[in-house]
Design a protein around this ligand. Structure first.
Ligand code: ADE
Length: 220
């Protein structure tokens, strides 16, 4: 899989790309690329934004700047089928969308900055607008990292053990419900005991107990 991130701050992602599961995915053939809008802007002085028509505070990322970045990146390979604009007003990101994206061979994430992004980016250049939650971040970079993280960990081999993403929160195995609680040693700490069933060695009882706890959490 290839994930392309378009941003004004590619260095924000240095930490992200150095993380173990991301390095695993890259070593196994996935690609994570970063494109700086300023490197391909058609404007002089590395300008990327402008004052909003109609007035108001702040600056708006220009559509010609975003278009130039996309054209430069995809003039040979063709654009990906999914080009996501990160915006607080977009479709709420969730595990279903993470799964959808992980099945794509190629995805682009467009980070916005400043007061916003010219609406024509959403109308003509992006295929989706996606939000990671009902709050406003100072830009799309953290949202892009959240999305890339949720997608990359689904790629085969990204997490050391192939099974680990199968029975986790919101997975099909749990009927889309949150994951059941986990416990490890010590079995008693202060006076906090691990549920007896988990120490029983009875796999069927453990399975039932986990399903019940998962469903309980879904109802909360
Ligand atoms: N950019 C600013 N806020 C955002 C959010 N909540 N989700 C995605 N992109 C954003």
């Amino acid at each position: 899989m290839r994930i392309d991130v378009f941003t004004l701050f590619p260095e924000w992602f240095d930490w992200f790309r150095s993380q173990r599961h991301v390095r695993n995915a890259v070593e196994l053939g996935s690609e994570l690329r970063f494109f700086d809008y300023r490197e391909t802007t058609p404007l002089s002085g590395r300008q990327v934004d402008d004052a909003p028509y109609g007035g108001g505070a702040g600056m708006v990322l220009r559509v010609d700047v975003v278009d130039a970045a996309l054209r430069s990146a995809y003039e040979r390979s063709g654009a990906p089928a999914r080009v996501l604009l990160l915006a607080p007003s977009g479709r709420q990101f969730d595990e279903v969308l993470a799964g959808e994206l992980a099945r794509e061979p190629h995805v682009a994430l467009l980070c916005g900055r400043y007061e916003g992004v010219d609406e024509r980016v959403r109308e003509h250049l992006a295929t989706d607008a996606v939000s990671i939650g009902p709050y406003v971040l100072s830009g799309g970079e953290l949202a892009a990292m959240v999305i890339a993280d949720a997608v990359v960990r689904k790629l085969p081999g990204a997490l050391g053990h192939a099974e680990s993403p199968v029975e986790e929160s919101f997975s099909e195995a749990l009927g889309g419900a949150p994951e059941y609680p986990h416990y490890t040693r010590p079995a008693t700490y202060r006076d906090w005991d691990v549920p007896e069933v988990l120490l029983s060695g009875d796999h069927e009882r453990v399975r039932q107990w986990r399903l019940e706890r998962s469903r309980e959490r879904a109802d909360r």
